[in-house]
Ligand binder design. Structure first.
Ligand SMILES: [Zn+2]
Ligand SMILES: [Zn+2]
Length: 142
């Protein structure tokens, strides 16, 4: 069974090569502003998703190592993608909200946990990673 998704207006569609099972949350300040709250993302390796309506995808270079995409028509956030040349180039974190049926997806990890505002939290057992730990992991090639 293939998993599919789209933006709010339907101009951008996505088909996942593998059914997403796990999602992660990013509590960093950039993701908070970009997503409008908490960024819930599906990790998707480069080439493991196919987009339709690519001409409707706008890209914003949010840092020296990544870009963020949104639909030109409805503004739905689509994905965060690593741009630095190397083994992770093209790896994406696709917005959970695009999925037509997210019922089989479990929240397993929260990153930049140290930047999470104190006023809210997810229930349930998740792996909690600080920003420093995540950057160290990335620099180690993990
Ligand atoms: Zn749209
Ligand atoms: Zn973030």
């Amino acid at each position: 069974m293939t998993s599919t998704g789209s933006c709010l207006c339907g101009a951008v569609t996505i088909e996942f090569a593998e059914t997403p099972k796990e999602t992660g949350a990013c509590h960093c300040g950039m993701c908070r502003k970009w997503s409008g709250g908490v960024y819930l993302a599906l990790p998707v390796a480069a080439g493991k998703a196919t987009f339709g309506g690519e001409e409707n995808i706008a890209l914003y270079p949010s840092s020296d190592w990544a870009e963020r995409a949104f639909c030109r028509t409805c503004g739905t956030n689509l994905f965060y993608r690593l741009t630095t040349p190397g083994p992770h180039q093209g790896d994406m974190f696709v917005c959970l909200g695009l999925l037509d049926d997210p019922s089989g997806v479990t929240l397993t990890e929260e990153v930049f946990y140290d930047e999470k505002p104190a006023g809210y939290a997810f229930a349930g057992d998740t792996k909690k990673v600080t920003g420093a730990e995540l950057i160290a992991q990335f620099e180690a090639g993990g």
